[in-house]
Design a protein around this ligand. Structure first.
Ligand code: NAP
Length: 247
């Protein structure tokens, strides 16, 4: 059997790092993309290689198509043809009601979460089509249907776009042997809340609104992604799997 190779955007921290670890444990060769913080990416590569896996770290901004193409080229050179892609890189931008939001914050969020995810999906499709096989998993958010009022409606809208991308691309690529699905996490314990939304208190504020009354762990999202990356989901495409503790 030829090697399974997965490219995970934003694979160095949070949910992406949990997916990188889980994929390596299941025998994938893992290309771990990050934007600017090289240390967590290099540490994760070392951890995976120490456990007998194969991984590389790839710096690149998903909102720049040249970076996306270079990332795929580097992954394929080092690891072999990319058989799966996890479209995970994402930011929220500083949280606020929309009327008070900085247009530059909105622009950056849409550039990364929407344009970036579409560039990555496009490049994946271009490379997977001749091989008539491949798997794409997009990271949406429960925000796409909750709307995130008062916090970041632009981020919620960006994740609505991810749902539409998943539905449309799954139908476009199904006949070519390529599956496209999404996971919609609810509130998950990562640095996105403090670093990107600059709202470290958000986790405790939201917790009582979650039916399960607890925050998700990155590994619980990675489990759903691994299901969609594996053979057990062979008849699943266009699905949007909510993993949110009931929220
Ligand atoms: P996180 O902990 O903040 O990690 C973000 C990752 O994305 C890092 O590896 C970061 O790289 C990378 N990244 C940021 N901008 C990038 C860019 N322009 N190009 C390439 N990589 C970039 O995030 P997370 O909480 O794990 O979230 C992962 C995904 O799940 C996102 O799409 C997010 O919207 C979604 N999600 C998260 C939650 C939650 O509660 N955490 C809930 C629903 C959905 P650097 O380290 O270099 O910055």
């Amino acid at each position: 059997m030829s090697a399974r190779v997965v490219l995970i955007t934003g694979g160095s921290r949070g949910i992406g790092a949990a997916v990188s670890r889980a994929a390596a444990e299941e025998g994938f060769r893992v290309a771990i993309n990050y934007a600017s913080r090289s240390e967590p990416a290099e540490k994760l590569v070392a951890e995976i290689e120490a456990a007998g896996g194969k991984a590389i770290a790839l710096k690149g901004d998903v909102s720049r198509n040249d970076d996306v193409v270079a990332m795929f080229d580097a992954a394929e050179k080092a690891l072999g043809p990319v058989t799966a892609v996890v479209n995970n890189a994402g930011i929220t931008g500083k949280s606020s009601p929309l009327a008070k939001a900085d247009p530059a914050v909105i622009r950056e969020c849409i550039d990364i979460n929407v344009t970036g995810a579409i560039y990555v999906a496009r490049e994946a499709a271009r490379r997977m089509l001749p091989r008539k096989s491949g798997i794409i998993v997009n990271l949406s958010s429960a925000a796409s249907s909750l709307g995130s009022p008062g916090e970041y409606v632009w981020y919620a809208a960006s994740k609505g776009a991810i749902d539409s991308l998943t539905i449309g691309l799954s139908k476009e690529l199904a006949i070519h042997g390529i599956r496209v699905n999404a996971v919609q996490p609810g509130m998950v314990e990562t640095e996105i809340h403090a670093l990107s939304s600059e709202d470290a208190g958000r986790v405790e504020r939201i917790r009582p609104m979650i039916p399960m009354q607890r925050i998700g762990k990155p590994e619980e999202i990675a489990d759903a992604v691994m299901y969609l990356l594996g053979d057990r989901s062979s008849y699943v495409t266009g699905a949007i799997l909510r993993v949110s503790g009931g929220r």
